[in-house]
Design a protein around this ligand. Structure first.
Ligand code: 0A1
Ligand code: ZN
Length: 894
């Protein structure tokens, strides 16, 4: 029986300061693949802020202790267990010298020190440093690091660590060494080393204060031609952080290194960011427009951590969102500013960025918040911290930060940031410290805002409105509430402070200048109402005719708005709302409503003929043809919500019905607008060489959406011709992969030929081969048995469970991209899931836990599926090893 308060659960409120502090550490590595020796010399002292503790407990995992000396003398008064090393009766201040070994070559967890393509890499966040040496492996212990790396020179010519290179040279027996010093105290999770045969793209830049900095992007030699975009992104990020937040790069050199085997996107180690190749490498042939955009965002994200995360870090792991929410917010703002700078219509470019961010939040975080892993932005407890690098901590955390800016204004937010750094530079602090800085810099009481950190679940805001024609008033009542999470019923602790942006649109589609009762004159078109009670009424005056409300403009808070819009009102907002985000949101509401009705119908009967309201098709057609709108925006409006999102909106998720409904609507939109799709396809070609500019990216996105609709239309011969021509002539991966997707969808010999060509063309480009796997796994052809195909592909020589990108490309893509086939009634999808979770469980627990999470919403499904999913979860529980996976399954089964 799962026990939510078992001793292995760590609770936020149990935090105590570390009993000892470590001022400096000198680390020496004898790098050998099979067995690396680590010598650690540390200066320790008792922490005056902590309760007295006679012994010193250091964390250590999968290590062999070779020797231990205290103040130079061999120390035997110690004990080792699976959690680490305890040294008894230590003095108040002392030097500890530890020699230990670890085994990089057999480390498949990709945490601690490991090998990838024969090079050494480290990953220490959150608790990987303890797999390298014994240490106080917690973020509130900040030390100054000096690191000496020794290795065979031929095999590992490049030796990198954090900070500045202070010495390097040759050693006997074909070895060499490098000595690095990081002048900034840091927690162990920010330590990194890299050793291998790598080459770098280099740039020198001058920062704001006139200092020269060396920037490097390190990769394997054959990838050097794919580093320019990452370097550009880095330079832009450095300048942006100076301009927007007055934050300058503090090291003489800043390095990015690409690694093929990595559990996450990238890691912000001080001065030595380590990146999944997927978020560094790009050239037009191998990377899509979204890859280019993601690289810019992730390079920005890791760079911005240098201040928000590294200079000011987290007191404990419950405060993770302090750095992650804030840094995601910063990278979103960076991407928006970059898109706006390169666009003809800056506001539209910004809105398209915002839509993408919110789409992910609504799809992933809202579902998380309604399931067994629901947790506040600042979690209360965890078993395995790696399971809490979640959409809630990251994406909802970013929305929480954004709300400060919405409430305080851009200048007020900047003042809050300035005060935060003034107070806390060099410290390990909490989310409360951030809120205090925001409040005090703006002389505002933000006590109520604390609930955003402690409340789990997505708040609903129920909106009622009333127009009084005689009095010319329009009253809006906002009421906040929660819906119980399936297997963890909960209620609100107290009302949240919700910034609720609203506009009122008149019958001509014009915004009203808003005037609240009591105000002397009309004001702006958009008003941020501050909802701070359970229910509140706002009365607008001088409203001449009944308006349509535009609610939660620009998604001003991470909530779900409940309002009984009629279809006609949504069509009206889709056509007229001056807030582009809400225009998109109106379209999504309309289409989601339509799809859910179709899905309910599909559960009972076949969907044939035209079942659609013509006015909806017309509304989308008008958007499609509206040349005043950017192509990027039109593409977003005409992209249907995913099947996973739709299933989540049903009382009982029925993936098969959702699939039928979505395919049906796709076909209807494809056929009804086929003339428009053809015109769009022809018109939105991007002449000239490939450029990842917002304008060109938008054109390609819309054109490729048109191709996708055409391949779902009656004109399949026409689509086949277009797809084949596009595939053959493509000078970039966006066009080539979109054409391949269309060909796969159309099936038959052309699909097989294109797949074979693609494989051959990109055999030596792992990231392109990932796309080859993913495109097959996410194809939407009802007559294909995809589970069989996935199993066949798992036997392909290019498939391996050891590479997380490959596993995500095939297995994760299939499960999330093809829910109808995954949830096959014969249980074959679940059997595949059980096998792969268990196979990964011993190899790579973090990745296994992520895969395990794909079944956590089992209670949401129709009874027949639910039963089988339950059984699958029990099967995994019976043989699971890692605490990562166990925590997920335990919580799912509560
Ligand atoms: N701090 C990183 C995310 C990250 C977390 C854990 C990792 O371990 C495998 C790796 C990276 C970020 O936010 O980018
Ligand atoms: Zn981060």
């Amino acid at each position: 029986m799962p026990n939510p308060t078992s001793p292995s659960t760590i609770h936020r409120t149990d935090y105590t300061p570390p009993p000892f502090l470590i001022d400096t550490i000198e680390l020496e590595f004898e790098l050998e693949a099979e067995r690396t020796t680590v010598t650690s010399k540390m200066q320790l002292r008792r922490n005056p802020q902590a309760a007295y503790c006679p012994e010193l407990q250091l964390s250590g995992e999968a290590l062999q202790l070779i020797s231990l000396r205290l103040d130079g003398v061999a120390c035997t008064n110690r004990q080792i267990d699976e959690a680490g090393l305890t040294v008894y009766d230590v003095p108040d201040a002392f030097e500890l010298t530890i020699v230990n070994a670890c085994e990089p070559a057999s480390n498949t967890s990709l945490m601690g020190l490991y090998l990838s393509n024969g090079h050494f890499f480290t990953q220490c966040e959150a608790q990987g440093f303890r797999k390298i040496t014994y240490f106080l492996d917690r973020p509130d212990v900040m030390a100054r690091y000096t690191v000496i790396l020794r290795a065979n020179k031929a095999a590992y010519p490049i030796l990198l660590s954090n900070g500045n290179l202070i010495e390097a040279g040759d050693l006997p027996n074909g070895k060499h060494y490098a000595k690095w010093h990081d002048p900034f105290a840091k927690p162990s999770y920010l330590f990194a080393l890299v050793a291998g045969q790598l080459v770098a793209l280099e740039e020198r830049i001058i920062t704001h204060s006139g200092a020269q900095k060396l920037l490097q992007v390190w990769v394997e030699a054959h990838d050097l031609d794919k580093t320019h975009h990452a370097m550009d992104a880095l330079i832009h990020a450095i300048h942006w952080d100076e301009a927007r937040f007055g934050l300058e790069l503090d090291l003489e050199r800043f390095m990015i290194v690409a690694v093929s085997d990595f559990n996450m996107g990238a890691m912000e180690n001080k001065g030595l960011n380590i990146f999944n190749t997927k978020y560094v490498l790009a050239n037009p042939q191998t990377a899509t427009d979204s890859d280019y955009a993601n690289i810019e965002a992730v390079v920005g994200h890791e760079y911005f951590h240098n201040w928000t995360g590294n200079r000011v870090t987290c007191r404990d792991w419950f405060q993770l969102s302090l750095k992650e929410g804030l840094t995601v917010f910063r990278d979103q703002e960076f991407s928006a500013d970059m898109a706006a700078a390169g666009a003809v219509n800056a506001a539209a470019a910004r809105a398209s960025q915002r839509i993408e961010n919110v789409r992910i939040l609504q799809q992933v975080q809202f579902a998380e918040d309604a399931g067994p892993m629901a947790h506040p932005v600042r979690p209360e407890s965890y078993v395995e911290i790696n399971n809490f690098y979640t959409a809630t901590v990251y994406e909802k955390g970013a929305e929480v930060v954004r709300m400060y800016q919405t409430l305080l204004g851009r200048d007020g937010f900047r003042q809050g940031m300035d005060l935060y750094f003034q107070r806390h530079d060099g410290q390990a602090v909490s989310c409360d410290d951030f809120r205090q800085a925001m409040a005090e810099a703006n002389q505002r009481d933000l006590a109520q805002f604390e609930h955003w950190y402690s409340q789990l679940g997505t708040p609903y805001v129920l909106v009622r409105s009333q127009y009084d024609e005689a009095a010319r008033t329009y009253t809006v009542t906002l009421a906040q509430h929660y819906k119980p999470v399936l297997n963890a019923p909960y209620t609100a602790s107290a009302p949240l402070l919700i910034p609720f942006a609203i506009g009122l649109v008149d019958a001509n589609g014009q915004d009203l200048a808003l005037q609240l009762a009591g105000e002397g004159a009309p004001g702006t078109a958009t008003r941020v109402l501050e909802l701070n009670q359970a229910e509140q009424t706002f009365r607008f005056i001088n409203v001449q005719t009944q308006p349509v409300p535009s609610l939660l403009r620009d998604f001003s808070a991470p909530v779900i708005v409940e309002y009984d819009y009629t279809d006609d009102e949504l069509i009206f907002l889709l056509a007229h709302d001056s807030d582009p985000f809400n225009r998109w949101a109106a379209g999504q509401r309309l289409v989601t409503r339509t799809l859910l009705a179709l899905a309910r119908q599909a559960e009972r009967t076949q969907l044939t003929g035209n079942q659609l309201n013509q006015s909806i098709i017309d509304a989308f057609g008008r958007i499609l043809r509206d040349e005043t709108l950017t192509p990027a925006f039109r593409e977003q409006v005409l992209t249907l919500p995913t099947e996973i999102y739709l299933a989540e909106q049903m009382d009982q998720a029925d993936p098969a019905a959702v699939h039928t409904a979505r395919q049906y609507l796709r076909t209807q939109l494809a056929n009804a607008l086929s003339h428009d799709w053809s015109t769009i396809y022809a018109r939105h070609q991007t002449p000239g060489p490939y450029q990842p500019t917002p304008a060109d990216m938008g054109q390609r996105a819309l054109k490729n959406l048109a191709l996708s609709y055409l391949s779902n239309s009656k004109q399949s011969a026409h689509a086949l011709h277009l797809a084949q021509t596009q595939y053959d002539r493509a000078d970039n991966m966006s066009d080539r992969s979109a054409a391949l997707a269309a060909l796969i969808h159309l099936g038959g010999q052309p699909a097989q030929a294109a797949l074979a060509d693609f494989y051959q063309r990109f055999e030596n480009e792992p990231l392109a081969i990932d796309k080859w796997f993913a495109l097959q796994a996410t194809q939407q052809r009802a007559e294909m048995d995809l589970i069989k195909l996935v199993r066949t592909l798992m036997h392909h020589p290019a498939f391996t469970l050891k590479n997380p990108n490959r596993v995500r490309a095939l297995i994760f893509s299939f499960i999330s991209g093809n829910p109808a086939q995954f949830h096959a009634t014969n249980g074959s999808g679940y059997a595949l899931w059980v096998e792969q979770v268990l196979a990964l469980d011993t190899l790579n627990p973090q990745l296994a836990a992520r895969l395990a999470r794909l079944l956590e919403r089992w209670r949401k499904f129709t009874p027949a599926l639910r039963e089988q999913m339950h059984e699958a979860l029990e099967t995994v529980l019976a043989s699971v090893h890692s605490k990562d996976v166990r925590e997920i399954i335990d919580k799912a089964l509560i």
